[in-house]
Design a protein around this ligand. Structure first.
Ligand code: PEP
Ligand code: MG
Length: 849
């Protein structure tokens, strides 16, 4: 072969060499930065991706030329250098260049044992990865001269030729096998699963071996300067004498600590100057590479070499603290810190988490519908949950699915697990609202309601009182209690979010129904309440009775009397909400659900109700049956109830206005927003508006006090979106309820979709669960139509989204692009939404897509 046929496109890594991440990969670039920092990096040559591709295609590299960069008879390593460290790559090959002659030399300088170990390691690695021989044949526990001879013999027998002695040939073969491995199907699939494009390029680095074997203090190790779980400063890592590469994994028990440690000897004890130099170099790396790095080093007779540096692998909480600390130290900007934290990672920090370092015994898996983890004893009913809370015992409420009457049980439980349901089922919505870890759709659970136990598909049985942990982040139900990490709502968390607020350009409100939700929303700096679902206020015992009386009332005046009993309680609800949210807008949705949800479903419940109402059981049963609907979600609910039984909305409006007056008298200020649900026609809005205006006038006169309010419409039927132009004539704002709108656009029950959603998504019918990720193509088009028609009819109309999609980065991107004023989401999603909105604004500003 002529010399000019050989590929010679490679560069020695010097401070001024033309090396870029795009062409040579992150490792080559990182090593160049270390060289520029004047760190003791062994001589390194970088092969660009073009060269590696050509090698994979069969073109030979000028390996003699590469080896010449390293002086006489070098030993070298080959390491992968993809563009992104997370894309992985073939593993490192060490000690290329080892042969009989080099071995004899090393016996003299490093001793027989070290020389045998190095040579044997290379033969093993070469035989398995390059010659593709059976790993079992080279599975030798202890290196020795005998083991080395054996390995060389097995190689010769299998390959029918001697182990290659020529270093250039060894290097060529290693490079070829590494380059081809990268092109293989499994490697491609693996990196694609980590976000790499299918044709991601691979660079390689060839580096002179820094031996960790020899006289004096010699060995290898890694060091990093933070705790990878908390992100707090802490030197971690180990040093192993007479070792190199991954020896430390196999012989970890012999390793030294790095800093002084009561548990055993440390590098700092035996070589304080080397340790001090490492610490200094670590600080320089952090400043120059603008991240927390894990440094791989070797010591050869007290001479330190830095052979590699990688980003410290880190938990979400550590990632956040690292970003904030780097910005506080002015190594990166606030904006960069914001962009470095993945919004979805935030939800892990808001709740206790299962410690990833501990063991976990997974009983069953479902959909992680509300993040965080909690441990408690199984209860199967709301009543049992309340009893358990009264005893001060933590419990997990396990139900087939939850219904509005389970709300008190959910309040009493520390976690919820349901067999049925999806991301917008009752349990999921309430769980997220309460910040309660929740798993839904655990379809492998089989409920034996008679025996009060559950049996999993794998045959495990759980009964009331068994201790389990629900991990609502991963959707895993674990046996017993496990190690937990506490929430990380610390100063770093708050600081990062305040930087996010500086950057974002869309409002973030919270969906909050109770004072405690509102307080959470306020604590997370929501800019108001975007949806207060008032029906949840009616499930408390005293109100439930009055509510049932109202439902059973024969005349409008009886109805009004029952509602008059609820009025002061409802007013007090609003006073509390307004006081917490002072100075911020509060959007209250008028009563929405079908009335039968307030009636008991069991015979015992009906009997109790008959007693309470002093009516015959037969009459109560008949009336309850008469209220049943075939499709209650499409029946008499929302504004339809408001039109048919207008006294309910009158009472709610009166309570809202009186609360405004009361809070005003105490010096507070609030402009309430009243929202009408499930509208599909302009006339519905007119009718409700007329009555609410009349109630406002009445309260103004009665209280001798003026106040403002806004009336708006919840757009959650396709017709309301299409007729938004008409509707906006009477509405100061439109808020898209994408839960119902998705349900009605698809004709898909939000409570039943969980049964087949997995199959639909697996088979690609839907790219994602549309109740989870906003369907921008269909439901999104209705949003755009509604927004455009609404704004055309009423310039200055406020637009927002308040369905469960509100907090997801994808829907925030959509709403921001469509010019919406704000999104509203569960209080515990507010931090994520604030960060996601900031990412979008910053990416626009810095020209990313
Ligand atoms: C909606 O339909 O999107 C909504 C927010 O209302 P609810 O979930 O209470 O029906
Ligand atoms: Mg709705």
């Amino acid at each position: 072969m002529q010399k000019h046929d050989l590929i010679s496109d490679f560069s020695e890594v010097t401070p001024s060499a033309k090396i870029a991440t795009m062409t040579h990969g992150w490792r080559a670039k990182c090593l160049q930065r270390l060289v520029r920092l004047d760190l003791p990096v062994p001589r390194t040559v970088a092969l660009p991706a073009e060269t590696v591709r050509a090698i994979a295609a069969g073109r030979p590299l000028d390996c003699d030329g590469v080896l010449a960069c390293f002086g006489k008879r070098p030993l070298v390593s080959v390491r992968p250098s993809p563009q992104d460290p997370d894309w992985g790559g073939p593993s490192t090959v060490l000690n290329i260049g080892m042969n009989a002659e080099r071995h004899a030399e090393l016996v003299k300088t490093q001793g027989q044992t070290a020389a045998d170990a190095l040579y044997l390691r290379f033969v093993q690695r070469y035989a398995i990865s390059v010659a593709r021989l059976d790993p079992d044949m080279f599975d030798i526990a202890e290196p020795s001269a005998e083991a080395l001879r054996n390995a060389l013999r097995v190689y010769r027998d299998e390959m029918e030729e001697d182990f290659p002695e020529n270093p250039a040939q060894q290097l060529a073969e290693v490079l070829r096998s590494v380059a081809r491995a990268w092109e293989g199907t499994s490697a491609r699939l693996l990196r694609q699963s980590k976000g790499a494009p299918a044709d991601a390029p691979l660079g390689l680095v060839v580096q002179e071996m820094a031996q960790g074997f020899g006289q004096g203090i010699s060995g290898s190790g890694t060091i990093q300067f933070i705790d990878p779980v908390t992100g707090l400063p802490q030197v971690t890592g180990r040093f192993l004498g007479q070792s190199q590469g991954s020896d430390i994994k196999a012989r970890g028990a012999d390793a030294l600590y790095l800093t002084r440690d009561p548990r055993g000897p440390s590098l700092e004890d035996i070589a304080p100057e080397i340790f001090a130099r490492l610490a200094q170099q670590g600080a320089a790396c952090r400043a120059k590479l603008r991240d927390e790095m894990q440094i791989e080093f070797t010591i050869d007779d007290s001479k330190l070499a830095v052979i590699d540096a990688v980003r410290v692998p880190r938990s979400s909480r550590a990632g956040l603290r690292i970003a904030v600390d780097l910005a506080r130290d002015e190594i990166i900007t606030h904006q960069e810190a914001v962009l470095r934290v993945e919004p979805r990672a935030l939800s892990e920090l808001l709740h206790p988490q299962v410690d990833p370092r501990g063991p976990r015994d997974v009983i069953v898996r479902g959909i992680g519908a509300s993040p965080g983890a909690a441990t408690g004893r199984i209860v199967f009913t709301s009543a049992a949950a309340q009893a358990s809370a009264a005893r001060g015992e933590q419990c997990i409420l396990v139900r087939r699915e939850t219904a509005p009457e389970d709300i008190r049980g959910m309040h009493s439980a520390v976690g919820v697990l349901t067999e049925r349901g999806g991301m917008t089922s009752h349990a999921a919505v309430i769980g997220r609202g309460l910040g309660l870890p929740c798993i839904v759709g655990a379809t492998d659970l089989n409920f034996d309601t008679k025996e009060l136990r559950i049996v999993t598909k794998s045959g495990r049985t759980l009964v009331a009182g068994d201790l389990i942990t629900v991990d609502g982040t991963t959707g895993e139900v674990l046996a017993g209690s496990v190690e937990m990490l506490p929430p990380a709502l610390d100063d770093a968390f708050r600081t990062l979010l305040s930087w996010a607020d500086d950057a974002r350009d869309i409002g973030i409100r919270a969906n909050a129904d109770t004072p405690s939700d509102a307080q959470t929303a306020r604590d997370f700096n929501a800019q108001g309440i975007g949806l207060c679902r008032t029906e949840h206020m009616f499930f408390e015992e005293a109100r439930l009775v009055a509510m049932r009386e109202m439902i059973f009332a024969d005349t409008a005046s009886d109805r009004a009397a029952a509602l008059a009993r609820i009025l002061p309680m409802q007013r007090n609800d609003f006073v509390q909400l307004f006081e917490i949210m002072q100075g911020l807008p509060v959007c209250i949705r008028l009563f929405d659900p079908p009335l039968h949800e307030f009636l008991p479903h069991s015979r015992d419940g009906l009997r109790e109700l008959a007693e309470a109402l002093d009516r015959p059981l037969s009459e109560v049963t008949r009336r309850a049956e008469a209220l049943a609907e075939f499709n209650p979600m499409l029946g008499m609910r929302g504004v339809r109830l408001g039109i048919v039984l207008p006294e309910i909305y009158d009472m709610q409006a009166q309570a809202i206005f009186e609360a405004v007056v009361e809070v005003g008298r105490r010096g507070g200020s609030i402009t309430p927003e009243i929202m009408i649900p499930l509208v599909s026609a302009k006339r519905e809005v007119e009718l409700v508006k007329n009555r609410i205006d009349a109630v406002a006038a009445k309260v103004r006169t009665a209280k001798g006090s003026d106040f403002d309010f806004k009336l708006g419409v919840m757009v959650e039927t396709p017709r309301a979106a299409l007729r938004a132009g008409d509707i906006a004539q009477h509405a100061a704002f439109l808020s898209f309820g994408t839960n119902d709108l998705t349900q009605m656009t698809y004709g898909l029950s939000r409570d039943d979709a969980g049964r087949f959603m997995n199959i639909y998504v697996q088979q690609g019918v839907y790219p994602e669960d549309p109740f989870h990720i906003l369907d921008v193509d269909g439901v999104g088009e209705l949003l755009l139509i509604g927004a455009e028609r609404g704004r055309q009819a009423r310039p200055g109309l406020t637009l927002s989204i308040c369905g469960e999609h509100g907090g997801s980065p994808e829907s925030i991107a959509f709403c921001r692009k469509a010019g919406f004023d704000y999104v509203s989401c569960s209080p515990y999603r507010v931090p994520l939404a604030r960060l996601a909105a900031a990412h979008l604004a910053l990416m626009d500003r810095f020209g990313h897509n």
